[in-house]
Design a protein around this ligand. Structure first.
Ligand SMILES: Cc1cc2nc3c(=O)[nH]c(=O)nc-3n(C[C@H](O)[C@H](O)[C@H](O)COP(=O)(O)O)c2cc1C
Length: 231
């Protein structure tokens, strides 16, 4: 596969056929993804391949509430759980009712998470993360940058095997429960749950902002880059 085409067309896949994914294929995917970069090359990730139907069912059940809240907050015009959100606005949106979201969550990935061919729980070891922004008086972001390239490499390597998938973070809202279920202890934290499998639908055109909408020269208020027409 051409790398540029792959980067431009690897979208989320949430609907999978019943075809299983061989352990050997998953092993190849992980064996490629492990070459992802990380701060200090610490490779501070741990991965649980969740196979047990009971554990999978428990994860599906835990996924539901955050997903309902996500949909409800989105419908209210909020970016769910943005670090700069007004907590009162989030609480008001949730108090106004979640019925519509409950209905939506009865279908799709939230309802079928336990059935996806491959379910990976990705943990980060906080003791190994150089979180360079830790001491700033703001939300800390940098530590995750040592783990999420690995997650993205899993999705790209899976694509090369004819698989699709999606990185999900809803279950982080239920981190304590997930850690208990999967035997993860401090200083491990949940970074993502990744679903993989054979896609039901083929790749579609992805919707993304043009470069000139987010890149500027010299300063944030500088001229758009590249000069001229937006892509
Ligand atoms: C950090 C991160 C968290 C995400 N969390 C979820 C999630 O919890 N559930 C889900 O269905 N998709 C999740 N996604 C997938 C995004 O919704 C998806 O990447 C985005 O909508 C673009 O979709 P597309 O690539 O199919 O165009 C997440 C993606 C990222 C990068």
């Amino acid at each position: 596969m051409d790398l540029i085409d792959t980067l431009r067309s690897t979208g989320s896949v949430r609907d999978f056929t019943d075809e299983p994914v061989d352990d050997a294929v998953l092993a190849r995917v992980l064996d490629t993804a492990r070459f992802a970069p990380s701060g200090a090359n610490a490779q501070a990730w741990r991965l649980v391949v969740v196979k047990d139907p009971v554990l999978r069912g428990a994860l599906r059940d835990l996924y539901r509430r955050p997903w309902v809240e996500y949909l409800t907050l989105t419908a209210a015009g909020l970016r769910p759980w943005s670090p700069v959100n007004d907590p009162a606005a989030e609480a008001a949106a949730l108090a106004a009712g979640t019925a519509q979201a409950e209905e939506a969550a009865a279908a799709g990935l939230a309802a079928h998470l336990d059935e996806v061919p491959v379910l990976l729980a990705l943990f980060a070891d906080l003791s190994q993360l150089a979180a360079v922004d830790r001491d700033l008086d703001r939300y800390s972001l940098a530590g995750g940058a040592s783990v999420y390239p690995f997650a993205w490499s899993i999705l790209l390597a899976a694509r090369a095997e004819g698989l699709g998938g999606v990185l999900t973070t809803m279950l982080i809202r239920k981190e304590d429960e997930v850690k208990r279920l999967l035997g993860a202890e401090d200083p491990l934290v949940l970074a993502a749950v990744i679903a993989l499998g054979h896609p039901v639908r083929q790749v579609r055109r992805l919707t993304r902002q043009p470069v000139a909408s987010f890149a500027t020269v010299d300063r944030l208020d500088g001229a758009p880059f590249p000069a001229g027409n937006a892509d």
